[in-house]
Write a protein that binds this ligand. Structure first.
Ligand code: XMP
Length: 319
């Protein structure tokens, strides 16, 4: 009988055999896949593993602290936390084209990761949280002629540049199985059950120019929205939910004064694999409550709209 406990034991044996006494580095994103991979590999080889977390300043509220706390303090996994927000936001200044933003972020991510890896003397192995669907997709995305809708960035861009052997213990698993394995390894639910989050982070949820101010506003609005979703008990029913900050200002009224502030769009979708998706059918009262709270609590937003587009024709993210 196949169980997660068996899988865990088998993979640990395989990792030990593959790696021997060599060193491994792992890029942590804060997402489920890289987190589970890191904890599993750490269980196998202990401090031969070093994790590198590149913080681009475009994470959600408190996300970086959570990652650092779980890995460094709770699991005692050696972790380099590089705050590169000035670098990323600096290079993104004035850039509005979605693909340019993605390319800049993906490229910088690799530069910073390599720099940090070199500082600790490099390693022979690179660990990644590649899943089975990632393996399939990279063989033939949609099976048709290759059309780039978006240049996806995750830690997966690293191998071609880094000339290292890969350690990919999750290669045979689907997302729900990775979550089970994470639970088996004792990872906190806040990490294991977390909605997917794109590598470029909030940058692709701020159409137009990405500034620190816009990212701060979006972080606040996103946190209020997700707090409402959790309180309503809907978090686990939804594949992914997030706020988008539009580069559009509209007129409003607050007390007896005129306001002129940004529009915030809310998105929530159900999906099984992210390839197709439906917008989540919230009750209208839930959405109005979110709008009220966001406008009251987040300075810089005076109007909230809900995105009811499916994928296709929309994509899940806005850029
Ligand atoms: P789209 O927007 O293409 O997104 O419908 C499908 C799923 O992929 C996530 N996504 C990304 N994940 N790097 C990632 O690791 C990326 O560059 C990226 N872009 C989109 C998106 O959040 C959704 O879950």
């Amino acid at each position: 009988e196949w169980t997660m406990a068996h899988f865990r034991a088998e993979e640990i044996a395989k990792i030990r055999k593959q790696v021997g006494d060599k060193r491994v580095i792992c890029g942590l994103s804060g997402g489920v896949d890289s987190s589970v991979a890191a904890v599993l590999i750490h269980e196998a080889i202990g401090d031969q593993l070093t994790c590198i977390y590149v913080d681009h300043g475009l994470m959600r509220l408190n996300e970086s602290e959570q990652v650092v706390t779980v890995f460094r303090d709770h699991y005692n996994i050696p972790l380099i936390h590089r705050d590169a927000s000035d670098l990323f936001l600096g290079k993104l200044a004035g850039v509005t084209d979605p693909e340019k933003k993605r390319k800049i972020i993906g490229g910088l991510f690799i530069d910073v990761f390599e720099e940090e890896a070199a500082k600790i003397g490099g390693a022979d192995f690179l660990a990644q949280g590649t899943l089975y669907p990632d393996v399939i997709e990279s063989v033939s995305f949609h099976g048709g002629p290759s059309v780039t809708i978006k240049s996806h960035h995750n830690v997966g861009g690293l191998p071609e540049r880094m000339n290292m052997q890969l350690v990919e213990p999750l290669r045979e698993l689907f997302k729900d199985e990775v979550r089970d394995l994470g639970r088996e390894l004792g990872l906190p639910e806040i990490l294991v059950g977390r909605h997917p989050f794109p590598g470029p982070g909030l940058a692709i949820r701020i159409p137009g120019e990405v500034t620190r101010e816009a990212a701060d506003i979006l972080r606040q609005a996103d946190a209020v929205y997700l707090d409402e979703i959790r309180k309503a008990g809907l978090y686990d029913e939804i594949w992914q939910a997030f706020a988008v900050l539009l580069p559009v200002k509209t007129v409003g009224v607050m007390g007896d004064s005129r306001t002129y502030d940004h529009v915030c769009a809310l998105r929530a979708v159900t999906s099984t694999d992210g390839m197709t998706a439906d917008s989540y059918p919230f009750d209208h009262s839930f959405l109005s409550a979110c709008a009220t709270r966001i406008i009251n609590e987040v300075r810089g937003v005076n109007r909230v709209v809900y995105d009811c587009t499916s994928k296709p024709p929309g994509t899940i993210e806005w850029e």
